[in-house]
Design a protein around this ligand. Structure first.
Ligand SMILES: Nc1ncnc2c1ncn2[C@@H]1O[C@H](COP(=O)(O)OP(=O)(O)OP(=O)(O)O)[C@@H](O)[C@H]1O
Ligand SMILES: [Mg+2]
Length: 496
């Protein structure tokens, strides 16, 4: 996420013809030798029949990916005096095709942002990535289609390429959010209310209920009530998607809050990130949005435990032999589960067929510490015929989203100038400052702490949640009814 500006030097000397890239290159960087050689030749330049050394400095950082093709090629052309020496401080980024075309390169946005932060403004990028690069304020983007065009520009033969600014930047829409709406969900008013509160403050939710009661449907419709990302958040999220290579070149801006629903067979690495050169996992890809874990117990104990630390710290650090990276992982967890393997434990109509031991073993897959991090635990009961056959539509998602956005705005104003964006981000110190409760709420809280044996974490989480409920009403001080609603959302010790 944080870029480093590299110096790329090329030296051509006597000796046996050879092309070396030094400075901890990975396989993709080493292969740039072949691409650069071909691209230089096929663009009408000559490649020296001598020993060529390209050095990427600082040498102690491991370099990965093909973005260094272009600077190596340009340095080589300058070194062999086929183009003038790079006269201004221009940053060069891009992968070369064998014919010299500049290809789409992943991570353009964070790289351009890093360059601008360090005082560089002129940045050469592949033409197809110009829209993505333009998202950074203060960047003077120079898009080129190929090496020949860039060389002509550096020789002063052609003018600064025009950046098409008239076309608005298209936004990326997550494909699985189309065609769902709160209005189509019958009944389940209390669940909708809980999801609305969760969306307003960024709180974690787990829904439990029998098969077919609408848990998956409700969770998926979460993304229709979340407000769009703020500018700052949008840039953060877009950077993460850019690094992961998930950003389509024609729609490089993400404004919608991410909604990720990994399957329960996902590996640890897929979930939290990792790999040879650590990449963001699902928890980082759902940064500032929703991570939806359907069939929660199926994820298994080990995988859920992995989530404990990021759920608390909101970042994840992954260490590998190559070094360690930290990715943001400030997501809202939404889980859905059946109460038992057959699905009908506690159902008033259909009897549960599981042996008692099976039920508790099933629920124990979700550990106490994991549950402690859940703010809202809600039952989703079966809905009866009357409600289901009712033709009247419920409240539209758009309306709910407006309320949620108003609530978030209130929070943003409160947290202006801090790193916090919503109530769920508060730490203990901020809870003390911002979650003022009135007297009646105070005594209710005291009674709840005693009777429900709440942990210190639960205490803070309840206060944060009641802050959101109060905000949602526009109340300044947290009153007893707000607190009471927050307390009843607390996960109970599950079973038996
Ligand atoms: N409240 C509802 N209003 C309208 N349709 C509903 C409702 N609940 C369920 N349905 C219908 O039932 C289908 C199944 O619901 P869904 O997949 O959400 O169930 P589930 O609770 O996730 O079940 P499971 O526990 O088996 O995963 C939905 O696609 C939808 O068509
Ligand atoms: Mg389901």
């Amino acid at each position: 996420m944080e870029g480093v500006v590299l110096d790329v030097e090329v030296d051509v000397a006597g000796g046996l013809p050879k092309f070396l890239v030094v400075g901890l290159p990975d396989a993709a960087v080493s292969e740039s030798k072949e691409r650069v050689t071909a691209a230089v030749r096929n663009s009408g330049f000559f490649f020296p029949y001598k020993k060529v050394v390209a050095s990427l400095a600082p040498a102690n950082l491991r370099k990965a990916g093909p973005a260094y093709d272009l600077p190596i090629a340009v340095a080589l052309l300058a070194c062999t005096e086929q183009i003038p020496k790079n006269p201004e401080d221009i940053i060069l980024l891009g992968e070369l095709a064998l014919d010299g075309t500049l290809r789409h390169t992943t991570g353009i946005l964070p790289m351009v942002a890093a360059a601008v932060e360090r005082g560089f403004s002129k940045i050469v990028v592949p033409e197809c990535d110009a829209t993505e690069a333009r998202l950074v304020d203060g960047a003077q983007v120079l898009p080129f289609a190929n090496l020949t065009q860039l060389a002509a520009y550096l020789k002063g033969e052609i003018d600064t390429p025009a950046v098409k600014t008239d076309k608005p930047i298209e936004e990326y829409v997550f494909p699985d959010t189309l065609g769902i709406d709160f209005a189509f969900i019958k009944g389940q008013e209390h669940v909708k209310r809980a999801l609305e509160i969760a969306a307003a403050g960024g709180h974690n939710v787990v829904m439990m209920g029998p098969p077919g009661s609408g848990k998956t449907l409700l969770a998926r419709s979460m993304c229709t009530i979340l407000p769009p990302l703020t500018n700052e958040e949008a840039l953060e999220v877009t950077k993460l998607y850019s690094i992961s290579g998930l950003l389509p070149t024609d729609k490089p801006m993400i404004r919608q809050r991410p909604f990720r629903a990994p399957h329960y067979t996902t590996s640890n690495v897929g979930l939290v990130g990792g790999g040879h050169f650590p990449k963001p996992g699902e928890i980082s890809l759902s940064h500032r949005g929703v991570l939806f874990l359907d069939e929660l117990p199926e994820f298994g104990h080990a995988l859920l435990e992995v989530l404990r630390q990021p759920l608390e710290d909101r970042i994840v650090s992954i260490s590998r032999a190559q070094g360690s990276v930290t990715y943001p992982a400030n997501f809202m967890l939404v889980g859905a589960m059946n109460p038992c393997p057959c699905g009908y434990y506690g159902d008033p109509v259909k009897p549960c067929k599981c042996a008692p031991g099976t039920v508790s073993r099933y629920q124990k897959r979700i550990s106490g510490p994991f549950l402690d991090r859940i703010d809202i635990f809600i039952d989703v009961p079966r809905i009866d015929y009357e409600k289901l056959s009712d033709d009247r539509l419920g409240e539209k998602s758009e309306k709910v989203q407006k309320r949620v956005a108003a609530s978030r705005k209130l929070q943003q104003e409160r947290f202006a100038g801090t790193r916090l964006t919503c109530n769920a981000d508060m730490t203990a110190a901020e809870v003390r400052d911002f979650c003022k409760v009135d007297d009646s709420a105070q005594s209710l809280l005291k009674a709840a702490m005693k009777q429900l044996n709440l942990s210190a974490r639960a205490f803070h989480r309840i206060l944060k949640l009641s802050r959101t409920i109060a905000d949602h009403e526009g109340a300044e001080v947290i009153k007893a009814p707000h607190l009471a609603e927050a307390i009843q959302y607390r996960p109970r010790t599950l079973l038996l």
